[in-house]
Design a protein around this ligand. Structure first.
Ligand code: BJW
Ligand code: ZN
Length: 254
């Protein structure tokens, strides 16, 4: 075990209130591309940041709906990885832990995390873009780039993905729960996020300002390096199981 893992294992073993804050890097090794990775295949000439906006959906609903259907298909084919399972193991070991994710996939739930706080919504919660009525997740996944969105059963408005686009507010309950958890935790573990998108990127900063230990897991440098007490450089599937093993490897809470 390396020194940084030991430096992280000691405070994690002592913490009673842990926040785990995750981003797209968490699911990268399950084959779900990160938000800022180049889009592949059919979508390689598009810019994710331009597609993830209310304006893009208004201008070309079939293009944007098609992109999200393609991504829903990729997530449904993906399986949770050892990093997701390690997060669920931390939650099981530390009952006062809260999982906050920016991810719109369901891989944490499928790895055994009971109630992640989804700051940026979900690929599995479509709703009417006009009246907000929840809409069913379509059966199967449509193939192709442009897929006209289904129509709302109440007002016939176009159904949109239940995610948070640039310029939209985060769900009130989710951001309130995240700020509350970050303000009162002993330790925050941030995993696989670039820390570029606000207000989510404030969450580790809130914890640091409140005096919590911040541990970051990321193969690359990020703006969150400077608020982190320990930087564990590496992929989540290796670093997180090693950390869990370092703290609870003998099956006992330290
Ligand atoms: C690994 C790994 C491995 C790889 N293991 N790691 C303050 C300053 C500047 C701008 C703003 C500001 N406040 C607000 C803004 C504007 C804007 C914003 O932040 N813009 C920035 C680009 C500058 N924010 C907003 O618009 C937000 N809304 C808002 O502020 O509303 C105000 C309002 C109030 C009241 C009324 C009305 C409005 C909304 C932001 C919503 C973001 N939504 C998205 C899309 C969701 C749907 C979708 O997926 O399509 O959420 S954007 C995208 O970024 C997605 C992600 O959740 C989010 C964060 O990305 P993440 O997870 O960090 O992924 P990546 O790809 O960036 O990084 C991956 C990381 O993993 C990298 O670091 C890799 O190294 C690492 N990695 N492999 C571990 N194996
Ligand atoms: Zn409607």
């Amino acid at each position: 075990m390396g020194q940084p893992t030991r430096d992280a294992a000691v405070p994690l073993g002592q913490a009673r209130r842990v926040v785990i804050f995750t981003g797209a890097g968490m699911s990268a090794e399950s084959g779900v591309p990160t938000f800022r990775d180049a889009l592949t295949g059919l979508w390689r000439r598009f810019d994710a940041q331009a597609l993830a906006t209310p304006e893009a959906f208004r201008d070309d609903p079939a293009l944007v709906w098609g992109w999200y259907e393609w991504r829903r298909g990729a997530v449904q084919r993906a399986r949770p990885n050892a990093g997701h399972r390690a997060v669920a193991a931390i939650e099981a070991r530390v009952p006062g832990s809260v999982l906050i994710t920016q991810n719109v996939d369901d891989l944490h739930e499928r790895a055994g995390s009971a109630a992640p706080v989804h700051l940026h919504g979900s690929l599995f919660a479509p709703r009417c873009s006009a009246c907000a009525l929840p809409a069913p997740v379509p059966d199967g996944v449509a193939d192709g780039r442009r897929v006209p969105p289904p129509r709302c059963g109440r007002c016939s408005g176009p159904v949109r993905p239940g995610v948070v686009w640039f310029g939209e507010p985060l769900p009130r309950e989710a951001i309130d729960a995240a700020v509350e958890a970050a303000s009162s935790c002993d330790l925050l573990l941030t995993v696989g996020t670039s820390g570029l998108v606000y207000p989510a990127a404030e969450i580790p900063q809130v914890a640091a300002r409140a005096g919590a230990t911040v541990i970051q897991v990321n193969p690359d440098e990020t703006p969150l390096d400077r608020v982190s007490d320990v930087n564990l450089r590496g992929p989540a599937t290796q670093v997180l199981p090693a950390l869990v093993d370092a703290v609870w490897g003998n099956g006992q809470r330290t």
